[in-house]
Design a protein around this ligand. Structure first.
Ligand code: SAH
Ligand code: SF4
Ligand code: F3S
Length: 472
């Protein structure tokens, strides 16, 4: 996923836009985790809209509260638990209120939230959202309601999501679900199940509908977009040689052709699977953004092996070289885990060296959090003390910030095409948007409309933001 795209979202809650019907049942839907979860919440809102559920931004007036949850790190789960305790209090003053957990925690904890902790009434895993109406009915009738079955073929391809993003300019489209990689630290294969690709025609139809509704940017989502593969006969199993297969690069082209006005982004790319075909396709279409999120996780081959990432640092650097050759000035971001099992100071210094070598524009950096059932939890000891994990993480963050600042300073004086996305949280007098390379830019509002492409000259910056003036 996000990542930030996928992960700027991590740990934040999104609220559903209210509508005005007064006679409907009210749903409060809050999402945590990666973009995939936010995208799933839009599917959930769509399924429940058909059942007469209208959304509200105020949980106190809700008849149903659903929390779409994340299990990626312990902290993510703790945040959700705190919220569930607040909602449980609300139930004391409103006994008919239904509280449900969706997403990755539902899958990981199954019915313990319901049976042992008695925190919620409903537990629904990521492949069971079509069952929500009947599960809710069951809860109304006083039954316990759990469906955490994972599927080999559910992609919700036929469901037109209710867009919850507040800007009306950018949207997510899921292209794959699940993950077949077994990175040893990662809970996702357990919470999301096997990887499956979605019918490309339904993806293109969704992009078209978004364009018709004024959207200007789509982000194609998958845990590993490069392994997208559609073959009508057997969805990912033995492929029928008589039917052409659609690869990720071909899918990107199909979406790019929907409209030259529609920006196409994608996340997440996996270094072991990212092909030159994808890079050439990015170079061929101006509306496919020059930005790649390419997580490496560690700068040490020893750690990468233990992490079961199936690539080396050398392989990763070769991929970076290819990106720079084929798409000069491409924005590149990464993910890093500090303090994985048995990580030595020398291994950590290899990560620091990597950051000296590759100046990432963005990086999502974490310290290792052991997750139950994962390969690492079963095979290795979580033996780097917390203070050392935190110290290493802060060293990586410091070098990254310095790099990102230097990279941003290079943008000063240059002019970029920016898609105007909305109002930044910190200054309501401004608008913000992004360049094709995914640089985040803020600029004065005057004379500018949301959803427009404008030229912005960069006049100042911090390590995370470019400050610009609008050119006419
Ligand atoms: N599919 C994406 C990542 C999804 S999870 C990929 O392969 O890159 C997003 C990020 O969370 C990961 O890239 C990793 O950096 C981080 N992460 C995953 N499991 C973690 C754990 N147990 N502890 C700390 N960070 C973790
Ligand atoms: Fe997790 Fe690895 Fe799959 Fe990403 S590719 S979701 S890190 S198992
Ligand atoms: Fe996403 Fe968190 Fe699940 S990162 S896939 S919501 S564990």
């Amino acid at each position: 996923m996000s990542k930030e795209i996928n992960e700027t979202l991590q740990g934040t809650a999104t609220l559903v836009q209210p509508t005005n019907k007064s006679d409907s049942k009210k749903l409060f839907l809050e999402s945590y985790g990666c973009a995939m979860n936010f995208s799933d919440s839009e599917v959930v809102a769509s399924i429940l809209k058909k059942e007469g559920y209208d959304t509200t931004r105020d949980f106190e007036e809700a008849d149903v509260i659903l929390v779409n949850t994340c299990s990626i790190r312990d902290k993510a789960e703790q945040t959700v638990r705190q919220r569930l305790h607040i909602f449980k209090k609300q139930k004391k003053s409103k006994p008919g209120l239904i509280i449900g957990v969706l997403g990755c925690m539902a899958e990981r904890l199954k019915d313990t939230l319901l049976e042992q902790e008695k925190l919620v009434d409903l537990v629904v895993g990521p492949d069971a959202y079509r069952d929500l109406p009947s599960l809710l009915e069951g809860v109304e009738g006083g039954q316990r309601a759990v469906n955490v079955l994972l599927s080999r073929d559910e992609t919700y391809a036929d469901i037109s999501p209710v867009r919850l993003s507040q800007n009306g300019v950018t949207a997510f489209i899921s292209i794959t679900r699940g993950c077949d990689n077994m990175c040893s630290f990662c809970v996702v294969p357990f919470t999301r199940g096997r990887e499956r690709s979605r019918n490309p025609l339904s993806i293109v139809a969704e992009a078209r509908e978004l364009v018709e509704n004024g959207y200007k940017e789509v982000t194609l989502l998958g845990q590993n977009v490069d392994s997208y593969r559609w073959n009508i006969s057997k969805k990912g199993e033995i492929e029928n040689p008589d039917i052409p297969t659609t690869t990720f690069a071909q899918l990107m082209e199909m979406v790019a052709k929907v409209s030259p006005e529609l920006r196409v982004r994608f996340s997440t790319s996996h270094p072991k699977d990212m092909t030159d075909e994808v890079l050439h396709m990015m170079a061929k279409y101006k509306n496919i953004c020059d930005y790649i999120h390419l997580p490496i996780q560690s700068g040490s081959n020893e750690m990468l092996k233990k992490m079961n990432r199936n690539h080396t640092v050398e392989w990763y650097l070769e991929r970076i070289n290819r990106i720079q050759e084929i798409i000069p000035n491409c924005g590149i971001s990464t993910d890093i885990i500090a303090g994985f099992c048995d990580e030595t100071e020398e291994n950590h210094q290899d990560t620091i060296k990597l950051f000296e070598q590759v100046k990432f524009n963005l990086a999502y950096m974490y310290y290792y959090s052991e997750r139950p059932k994962t390969l690492a939890e079963r095979k290795f000891e979580d033996n780097v003390p917390l203070e050392i994990k935190k110290k290493r993480l802060s060293e990586i963050v410091a070098i990254h910030r310095q790099n990102a600042l230097e990279e941003n300073q290079k943008a000063i004086g240059k002019t970029y095409e920016v898609l105007v996305e909305g109002v930044p949280k910190k200054n309501k007098e401004q608008y913000s948007g992004r360049t094709s390379e995914n640089f985040y830019v803020v600029f004065p509002k005057e004379g500018v409309k949301k959803g427009e492409y404008i030229n912005v000259k960069i006049i100042d910056c911090s390590s995370a933001t470019l400050i610009g003036e609008v050119l006419n």
